[in-house]
Write a protein of this length. Structure first.
Ligand SMILES: [Zn+2]
Length: 233
């Protein structure tokens, strides 16, 4: 049992702006018993403007369901709202043993359920999931859409969760840490030798090689995630 008072710090590691909602460190239906999964939601809030008009509902609840409803809110601008450090009512009943209210963290992203997702909001969504996985020692396979762990739910709308997990997995593995300068330096040497050296590659051939490699890695990651998914059941 714990109050997850590190959540604001974890959110800041995404590089996206963070709002700590007053009182969040002691807000919850008691402390959080465990963290073994992450559940992605959309708030089904109003269609109009505003960054996070669902805040009051997610923090304080609605008739028939007391707040807080989830630990995090995610605004249209990519701003992360830290709402609660304790247990929240975001997924009951759960069809997954790793994604109950007592052992998972909920993220309620602002969306009316139809509007296209802003790219910056999706970027923050993936990065928040990746940072939470790193903080709690979870694989990307533990990131689920509400629609995957509760048969009655449609959220988050229009996000392919398999692709989403692949992207989260890449962030966890730190693909961003690839030394681009070194790779480019190597490629330029090969290209400059192109006129004399038959083993050198043209820019087009080099690009082709990278794309082939990318596809191979993507296929491999998909296979790994499919197996991880199977383990979770
Ligand atoms: Zn939901």
């Amino acid at each position: 049992m714990q109050w997850l008072t590190q959540l604001a710090e974890v959110a800041r590691r995404t590089g996206h702006p963070v709002t700590e909602v007053t009182g969040w460190k002691t807000r919850g239906h008691g402390p959080q018993p465990a963290v073994e999964g992450i559940v992605c939601h959309h708030s089904a809030g109003p269609s109009g403007g505003g960054d996070y008009p669902s805040l009051a509902v997610v923090r304080s609840g609605r008739p028939g369901l007391d707040g807080p409803l989830s630990q995090f809110g995610l605004g249209r601008s990519g701003r992360i709202y830290v709402i609660a450090a304790g247990r929240c009512w975001h997924n009951a009943p759960s069809t997954s043993g790793y994604h109950t209210n007592s052992n998972s963290i909920g993220i309620e992203a602002e969306s009316d359920g139809r509007q296209p997702w802003p790219a910056i909001q999706l970027d923050a969504y993936r990065k928040l999931c990746a940072e939470l996985c790193k903080e709690f020692g979870l694989s990307a396979a533990r990131v689920k859409g509400h629609k995957e762990v509760n048969t009655a739910k449609p959220d988050p709308h229009s996000i392919n969760m398999h692709d989403f997990r692949l992207q989260v997995a890449r962030l966890i593995e730190g693909d961003d840490d690839v030394d681009v300068d070194a790779v480019w330096h190597d490629a330029r040497i090969k290209m400059n030798k192109g006129e004399k050296d038959e083993t050198a590659v043209s820019p087009a051939a080099f690009l082709q090689r990278i794309e082939t490699e990318q596809d191979r890695i993507k296929a491999m990651l998909t296979q790994v995630l499919v197996r991880l998914d199977a383990l979770d059941r």
